[in-house]
Design a protein around this ligand. Structure first.
Ligand code: T5A
Length: 212
C-alpha cells in the first residue's frame, strides 16, 4: 500500500500555514494517517539548510546556489521522510514542495525549467504530489499579510515584481495540470478559504485520492 502526497503552495502570506490544520483534520477524520512536513526543511539537515536560505544577511546568494540548496533540502526530505512514509501507507502533507522551485527559482529568478526538471528527477527522485492546493491571492495582499509577521527573511525582501513572476509561474503550472492542482481563492475571508479547502479535500477523497 502506498500513501499520497498532498502539497500546499502559494506566494508569501497566502495562508498555507493557516489552512494546514484544516487539511490535516479532514484527512484524519477520513481515517488517514498523516505526516506533516514543510519545505525548505522538515529534517535536521533540511532545517539547517533553511536557516541559510532565509538568512537576510546572505543577500548576495546566487540564483544557482539558492536552487541547489532548495533541492539539497528536498533530497534529504524525500529520502528521510517522504519515501518511507508513502511506502508505509501514510499520507504526507507538505507546506510547499517542488512547485515552489518552479515558481520562485524558475519564475522569480529565471532559472530554466529544464534545469529544475533535471533536479526534480534526480534530487527529488521523481516524487510528485498527488494533489496540490494553490492558495492564490494578489501579491499586494499577500505581502501585506506577511509583513504583519515581523522582520522579513531573505526571500521576503524581494520586490513586488519578483512576487508577480512567482504568482504567474504558479498559475501557469496550475493551468497546465488541472487534474493535480486545485486553485483556492485565498483573498477571501478565512472561513470561505477553509470551506474551499475542505471542498477540495473532500473531492480528492471521493475520487479515492487520485488526480482527476
Ligand atoms: N521557497 C520555498 C523557494 O523559494 N523555493 C522552494 O522550493 C521552496 C520550498 C520559505 C520561503 O522559501 C521560498 C518561499 C518562501 O519565501 P515558507 O516557509 O512556506 O517558505 O514561507 P513562510 O514565510 O513561512 O510562509 P508564507 O509567507 O508563505 O505564509 P503562509 O504560510 O502562506 O501564510 P500564513 O498562514 O502564515 O498567513 C499569513 C498571515 O495572514 C493571515 C494569517 O493569520 C497570518 O497572519 N491570514 C489571513 N488573513 C485574512 N484572511 C485570510 N483568509 C487569511 N489567511 C491567513
Amino acid at each position: 500500500m502506498t500513501g499520497k502526497l498532498i502539497t500546499l503552495e502559494g506566494g508569501e502570506g497566502a495562508g498555507k500555514s493557516t489552512v494546514l490544520d484544516t487539511v490535516r483534520a479532514a484527512l484524519v477524520a477520513h481515517g488517514v494517517e498523516v505526516v506533516v512536513t514543510r519545505e525548505p526543511g522538515g529534517t535536521p539537515a533540511g532545517e539547517a539548510i533553511r536557516a541559510v536560505l532565509l538568512d537576510p544577511r546572505l543577500r548576495g546568494m546566487s540564483a544557482e546556489t539558492e536552487l541547489l540548496l532548495m533541492f539539497a533540502a528536498r533530497a534529504q526530505l524525500v529520502r528521510e521522510v517522504i519515501r518511507p512514509a508513502l511506502a508505509a501507507g501514510r499520507w504526507v502533507l507538505s507546506d510547499r514542495f517542488t512547485d515552489a522551485s518552479y515558481a520562485y527559482q524558475g519564475g522569480g529568478r529565471g532559472q530554466p525549467a529544464t534545469r529544475i526538471a533535471a533536479l526534480e528527477a534526480w534530487a527529488a527522485d521523481g516524487v510528485r504530489p498527488d494533489l496540490t492546493l494553490l492558495l492564490d491571492l494578489p501579491v499586494v495582499e499577500g505581502l501585506r499579510r506577511a509583513n504583519g509577521r515581523g522582520e522579513a527573511d531573505r526571500i521576503e525582501m524581494e520586490n513586488a515584481q519578483f512576487f508577480e513572476r512567482v504568482r504567474d509561474a504558479y498559475r501557469a503550472r496550475a493551468a497546465a495540470e488541472p487534474g493535480r492542482f486545485r486553485v483556492i481563492d485565498a483573498g477571501r475571508p478565512l472561513a470561505e478559504v477553509l470551506a474551499q479547502v475542505q471542498g477540495a479535500i473532500a473531492e480528492f477523497l471521493a475520487r479515492g485520492g487520485v488526480p482527476a
